[in-house]
Ligand binder design. Structure first.
Ligand SMILES: Cc1cc2nc3c(=O)[nH]c(=O)nc-3n(C[C@H](O)[C@H](O)[C@H](O)COP(=O)(O)OP(=O)(O)OC[C@H]3O[C@@H](n4cnc5c(N)ncnc54)[C@H](O)[C@@H]3O)c2cc1C
Length: 510
């Protein structure tokens, strides 16, 4: 969402855009996976009401100005871009749009396309991007590092120039080589990093590349500790993740240990109906304390088979077809999963990072909107509204960002000759994901976090060595970025001794 919108808005303004993505072009994005929908506006709604909902969810850490921009500019952007231009087929009802509600929204203000909103939006974006003559597309290409004169120029005098990003090194998978791409502005729209945790709802490419690249280039990142977890998700045999809607607990489903005992009453007076963060923490505690691989969500004891099939047709069908699990008779194994990064590359309200020539937008950016906890269905809208704004900022800034001479930046030098050993890459990923899950996950303590930082540092040294002595490979680039992002999250979480939003420090000074 964020990258395509920024690219389209820039190309509309006559600026030549190169859109790089490491997937096959919009096939493996978080945008495609979004289910619930995108915030629009209810008939009796006001921008102020949405602002208040965002600020409340953000737990005192959302920037009111960012929330106001989203609330005021959002509905128009949805109309102009998604409805009129991209023709996203949002569900309709009695002639108007069908609006749905979600947790913590005071109004039913969410547009959706069934429960596959993201897919419909992504497909419309892909068509528009492909058809635009001003956008060149490079798919299956992984951005490896941002280029700055102070890091990459061989001439020491160039190191004294004001800090600025002047391009990227990118690995083209088909050609197995790294190209040097010099440009006047770089917009990072690389999405989140959920995959650095053992359990995540995110697509495989959500490995934190953008955070790590920006950090290495010297940009400021903030609020990396605010990682939102979805309480109930299920892993299908295919490896795909199925979100189990919170509405299921609303319809009476109860959480149980794998032995069949209820446990939520020990954590909250509302039992399985406790708020989402409480439920996520309780499941996590049960798993960590007892070594459970999952807990069970039991709707079969609460509702008749007919009621279940009628109320949850999609979940019922997918589980039955993909793994023969009949939720009218059996409970569903669930775990909380890392879902969304509220923090990221610090930007102003126009997508400008702290480095000249570098912009960030979408989940990878932190303009203050989500504070310490994101309000549901605001992130697609964030990509849209702030994508448009970022394009405007780039356009305004270009006169002060002249092209940097390519003769002063060397081509990428390949080191190492051997392809990385997949066993090492696989195990290092597992190590990272388990460290993040157990020590930097839903429930945190100073002791767990310091241990995480020490373990991650060790892993970092190992992987740096591996990286420097092996032929460059996208999986290795991702692993290195994942570990660096993990360290950023763990260090921020260790430093922040308070308990706020999704950052739950058991040992907080409350
Ligand atoms: C299962 C699920 C359900 C969700 N439901 C909703 C919802 O209903 N409503 C809502 O508002 N939000 C929802 N979200 C959150 C929302 O989908 C994301 O926050 C949002 O789509 C992020 O958009 P983005 O453009 O920033 O990143 P993405 O859509 O993830 O795109 C990132 C792009 O960057 C590319 N990339 C990454 N690293 C590199 C690299 N090194 N080189 C080249 N390319 C790279 C990726 O390949 C990808 O193309 C959901 C998220 C998930 C996972």
């Amino acid at each position: 969402m964020a990258g395509s919108i920024t690219a389209l808005a820039l190309a509309d303004a006559g600026i030549q855009v190169l859109l790089i993505s490491k997937g096959e072009g919009g096939t493996s994005t978080a945008t495609r996976m979004a289910q619930g929908g995108i915030v629009y506006r209810a008939p009796e709604d006001t921008p102020e009401s949405l602002v208040q909902d965002i600020l409340k969810a953000g737990d005192g850490a959302s920037l009111p100005e960012a929330a106001r921009i989203l609330a005021e500019e959002g509905p128009r952007a949805v109309e102009t871009w998604l409805i009129a231009r991209l023709k996203v087929p949002f569900d309709r009802d009695h002639g108007g749009f069908h609006l749905t509600g979600e947790a913590a929204h005071t109004h039913r203000r969410i547009l959706h396309v069934g429960d596959r909103t993201g897919q419909a939006i992504q497909e419309a974006l892909n068509r528009a991007v492909d058809a635009h003559p001003g956008i060149e597309r490079l798919t299956s290409t992984t951005a490896v590092d941002l280029i700055t004169p102070s890091h990459h120029a061989p001439d020491p005098l160039d190191h004294y120039l004001p800090e600025r990003v002047v391009g990227v090194y990118a690995y083209i998978k088909k050609e197995k080589r790294v190209v040097r791409i010099l440009c006047r502005a770089v917009v990072l729209a690389t999405g989140g990093a959920g995959r650095i945790f053992r359990f995540s709802t995110n697509p495989p490419g959500a490995t934190g590349d953008g955070y790590a690249m920006a950090y290495r280039a010297g940009a400021r990142l903030i609020h990396m500790e605010y990682v939102q977890f979805h309480p109930t998700a299920h892993r299908l045999p295919s490896g795909q993740v199925l979100l189990i809607t919170e509405a299921m607990r609303g319809e009476g489903a109860v959480l149980r240990t794998p032995e069949g005992q209820t446990f939520m009453d020990r954590y909250h007076p509302d039992g399985s109906l406790a708020p989402r963060d409480v439920v996520a923490r309780a499941i996590h505690e049960e798993m960590v304390n007892h070594g459970y691989p999952y807990v069970l969500l039991d709707i079969a004891s609460a509702r008749t088979p007919g009621e279940i099939r009628q109320r949850f047709p999609y979940i019922h069908r997918v589980l039955l077809e993909e793994e023969g699990l009949d939720i009218t008779r059996e409970p569903i194994p669930v775990v909380p999963m890392a879902h969304f990064f509220c923090g990221g590359i610090k930007t102003d309200l126009w997508g400008r990072s702290t480095l000249a020539g570098l912009y960030a937008v979408g989940e990878v950016a932190c303009n203050g909107l989500h504070g310490a906890n994101r309000l549901a269905s605001t992130s697609l809208l964030e990509g849209l509204v702030f994508g448009i704004r970022t394009a405007q900022a780039v356009q305004e800034d270009l006169p002060s960002l002249p092209p940097f001479p390519s003769s002063r930046i060397p081509p990428w030098e390949m080191t190492g000759e051997e392809e990385p050993d997949p066993a090492l890459v696989h195990q290092d990923w597992r190590t990272l994901q388990w460290i993040m899950w157990n020590y930097v996950g839903v429930v945190r303590t100073g002791e767990r976090l310091s241990r995480a930082v020490r373990d991650l540092r060790h892993l970092w040294f190992e992987v740096e060595h591996f990286y420097r002595h092996t032929l460059l490979h996208p999986r290795l680039v991702e692993l290195r970025n994942g570990i660096q992002t993990g360290l950023l999250v763990a260090r921020s979480a260790l430093r922040n001794r308070s308990r706020r939003g999704v950052h739950f420090r058991k040992d907080a000074r409350v």
